[in-house]
Structure formats: structure tokens, C-alpha cells
Design a binder for this molecule. Sequence first.
Ligand code: 6PG
Length: 472
Amino acid sequence: MDTYNYGMIGLGVMGRNLLYNIAENGFSIAGFDLDIQKINDTQENAAEGMKVIGTDSLEQFVSHLELPRKIILMVPAGSPVDTVLENITPLLSKGDIVIDAGNSYFKDTDRRVKNLATIGLHFMGMGVSGGEKGARFGPSIMPGGDMEAFHSVRPMLEAIAAKVNGEACTDYMGKDAAGHYVKMVHNGIEYAVMQLISEAYDLLKQGADLTNDQLYEVFKEWNDGELNSFLIEITRDIFQQKDPMTGGFLVDQILDKAGSKGTGKWTSEEALELGVAIPAIDAAVASRTLSSYKAERVEASSLYAKPEISKPEDPKLFIKEVGDALFLSILISYTQGLSLLVKASEEYQFQIPLKAVVKIWRGGCIIRSSLLEKFYEVYTVNPNLSNILLSNDIAEIVNSKITALRKTVSFSTANGISTLGMQTVLAYFDAYTTKDLPINLIQAQRDYFGAHTYQRKDQEGIFHTQWGNTDH
Ligand code: 6PG
């Protein structure tokens, strides 16, 4: 019987596209799914020259694979992954490699790595970003876990990943569940960037009365400049999409309630857990939650009148400032996500290489952007920055845009246009760059009511005061 280099479990759109990508790059691959229709579709639509086979029998699937077996799972996160593992592990041999390419929660991955290691199996958590097209033609791939296992799949991953300046958008993300951790933070940043873009859209639409055609032009110009990125590019195109039902623009017919699958929330929960401030991502998660209160928002809008919008005197300048504010807010969202990776790397001993993270986020993934090229340069020179805002090169960029962010936020607050993300980014920036915060007062209050003690500026040690003795 013919043997195959790789196995793919789960032949939904993502699994099938990844399978074709692997096959197109010269690796033979067997697919497994319980749905016979998906197996037939996968086999029938394989291009000529691809060595692909499909089956709905796990036994057959396993027997098709060369040793050590290399099996990729592309099934929904959560219990489906455990079910697949329960069914397949009795059929595997020591040294086989199982790679979970879904959006699994990193703590689940950690548990699975440990469980499977006890029976001699290598389990890797691997983030894959880029949606359906990315999976087919070049995603960004974030593998982590066992180094030995990584090395045996590395040539295939490098072949199928997106390329930027000749470099593959995949690299080793660190130990244990690091791959899924990095993907989780990628998604947290994705939430923040999408939120910030929606705020820029609102400012241009409400503030400067831009039509969808004009918004298309502005986003086109932005995408051709320093804001160049996948999310700006697709937003540009969204403004052109017509609605077949009404003949108008589709974006205007879409209800303002955003869904979510949980990766943004996990990122915020993790940051709280590890004591890292990532308010841009928190604000994006909160904003999706707020969006779900549609009925309440409608009711509240009749109780609380908005100020009449005073239109910008120079619309061209206003658009430029909104663009600069957006660019800077996006930059600071990346820095927050990266600062979480620094802390997680220490806390869980993941050894996440930040330079490699930004390298592989430059292409293939949802948050790919030209800005990450700059981050890559900075980390190449100084890979151990605790926060990339501390780099002189980044400071230069931030200093050139900060006035635009202040003006944009002022405009939004004066006119009652909600910019939860931009305002939060600015407040974070102002706190992060303040030498003396007013938190001395909080320490005084804590010591006053709870004898929690405080430190002094002028002496070492821990102090407590009997507060309230205010005789002078
Ligand atoms: C990607 C995306 C992908 C998915 C998100 C959507 O990197 O390709 O992040 O993983 O589209 O999970 O997340 P929400 O449904 O939570 O917005």
C-alpha cells in the first residue's frame, strides 16, 4: 500500500485548503473526515499531480501514513479535539507527531502536550492565521512545542507558509503551548485593530460626512501608504460591495452587533492574570459586548441627546489626522500584545522569540501590515525589549503622530462619537510615559483604611502611618 507523508483530520474548508496547500508543495497527504461528502469533494477537487487520498475510517487513515506519523488536526477547538485524540491515540505509535492547527485554548494545549508525552507522542499546538485563502495559498503559521517534532515538520511548514522578502511566515514560537499562545495574542491584536478601524470609519462618516465611495478612496490611499495592511485593504473593498437585495451598499445593511469566538476575551483574561496592561484589546472586547446591547442602546439614545457635530474646518486635514491617529493606535495595540508575550514567556518559560513573532506576522495572517517590517528591524537590533515603545526608532514614529491622536480623540469626545479604542490607547500612552503617576494617593488611601503599607521616594523600606492625626 502507498504511504503518505502527512495526515489531515477535519476536511472542512480550512482543513481541505491546508491539505491542498501541502499537496501542491509536493507532499503526499491523506485526509480523514466522518462526512463522506467532504472526503469526496476533497478528492474530486484535488489538482492534477497532487497525491491525495481520503477516508472515513481512522484505522485506514492511520495505516496510510509513513512513520513517524505526522497528523494535523483542523477541527473546532474544545471538546472535538479531545474526542479526536481519544479515538486516534490507541492507533498511533511512539514518536508519532500530532499537530493541533485550530484555535485551541493554550491551557488545553498544555494539558494535551503533557498527556500525550506520557505515551510517547509529540503533541504540538500550532496557530494558523489567514482565513480560507491563507490556508490555501500561504498562511502565517505559529508552531510551538517539542523542538524535535518541529524540526521534522519544518520543511513542509516553510513550503506552505506565506513569504515576505523571501522569508517564510513560520518559525518556532517556543516551548509547550507557545504556538497557541502567540495565536491567541495575534487574535487579541486583531480585535483591537478591527475596533480602531471601525472608529476611524465612524469619525469619517459622522464627522466629515464621507460617503462609501469617498471612504473607499480614503482607505485606498491609506492602504497605499504607511497604513498598508490586510485589514485596511479589505475594509477598502467592503466600501464598494453592493447589496443584491437593495441595490445599495451592503455595509449599510449590516446590523451593528459583532460576534466573537472567544480568543479576544482569552487574551484579556490572560493579561489580567499575568498583570499586563493591554487596554486596547480589553476595549475592543468590551466594545463587541456593548454592540450586543442593541435594544438598550436604542432606548438610551432617546434619553440622552448627542451634541450637534461641529464639522471640521479643514476636512482634508481632518482625514489625515484620523489616519495618523489610526496608525498610532494600531501601533500601540501591537506593542501591548507583544508586551503580554514578553510576560507570558517569562511566566510559563515559553522562550518566545519576539523577533520571529513579528517576522512571521508580516505576511499571511490577518494582522499583517507594513508596520511590522519596522518592528522586525527593531527586534533584529534589540530582541530583548520589554516594551517596543522603549525603542528610539519607535519613539520617533510615535512622537510624529501623537498630536494627531490627541486632536482626533478631542474631536470625538467633543462631538459624542464613541472612540473607546483610540481614547484608551491615548490614556494608556499618557500613563505609560508619565514619570510620576498620582498612584501615591492610592497607596495613602490603602494604608489609611487597611494598613496596607507603602514605600517612600526618599528612603528604602516599608512604612505605615496612623492616618487621621491631622494636628499641625
Ligand atoms: C485568523 C483569524 C481566525 C478567525 C478568528 C475570528 O487568524 O485567521 O483570527 O482565527 O477568523 O478566530 O475570531 P472571532 O470570531 O472571535 O472574531
